[in-house]
Design a protein around this ligand. Sequence first.
Ligand code: IPE
Length: 260
Amino acid sequence: MMILIKLGGSVITDKTRYRTFNSGIVSRLCREIKESGKEVMIVHGAGSFGHVLAKEHDINSGFKEETQIPAVARICYDVRELNSMVVSELISAGIPSVSVPTGSCFVMDNRDLIFENDEPVRRFRDLGIVPVLFGDVVTDRSLGFAICSGDQIMERLADLFDPEMVVFVSDIDGLYDKNPKTERDAVLYDEVDSRVLKEVSTKYDVDDVTGGVRAKMESMLRMCSGSRCCVLVNGNAEGRLLKLLRGERIVCTTAKGGIS
Ligand code: IPE
C-alpha cells in the first residue's frame, strides 16, 4: 500500500523570499521518508518559486496580456529548478525518484484539472521509481494557461492510485479554529470533519494565489474515502513525518469522513 505525500511550498521554500530553497529541511524530510520504509508517491508545491511571480502577473486569471507570457516561461523554469532540487534530495536519501512535469500528464479546462495521460506515473511506479509531480503553470483549453496547484494533483492521484493515507506536509501543526499567528487562544483540531470545518472562521486564510488552509482542508476531506484519512503535519518539527508514516501518534490534524 502506498502513501501519497505533498511537500508544501511553505516548508520546502521560504515563501516570503523569491526562489529560496530550504535544503536542510527537505533533505531531513527525505531521510524521514526513506527511514519509514513506506512506498510513497510525492507531489510538491511551488512556494516562492511560483507564487511570487504568479501573483505579480495575475497568472491564475489566465491569458490577459502579452506581458504575462515571459512570466509564465519564467515560473515554469523556476518550478522545474525547484523540482530538480527536491528530486536530488530524494535520490541522495536513497529513494529512486523521477521528475514528472505536470503538463506531461495533465491539461486544464477553465481551471479543472484533467488527467490526460497517467501512463508515465503508473509505469514509473511499477518500476519502483517514485514519480515526483509539482504545482506548475499548465495549458488551459479555455484560459490559455492556469495554475495547477499541488493539491489539485493530489486529488487526481488519490482517485487513481487509492493510497492508504494522504499526507500534507506544511509549516503549521495543523488546522486551528482561528489564525494561530495572530490569535493567542487559537486551538488546534486533532480531527476535522465537514461539520467542524463549517465552524472555522472564514476570515482565517493565508495569503497565496491558490487559497489558504481552509481550501486545503476542504480538498483533504474530499480525499478521504472509506478508511483512508488525510493528515496535515508540520514538517519543520523534526521526526514528526517519520512517526506519522510509522503509525505513531503525533501532533497533527486528521481529516476524516469525506465532505458533505
Ligand atoms: C502552486 O502550487 C503553483 C504555482 C504557483 C505555479 P501549490 O499551490 O501547490 O504551491 P504551495 O504548496 O502553495 O506553495
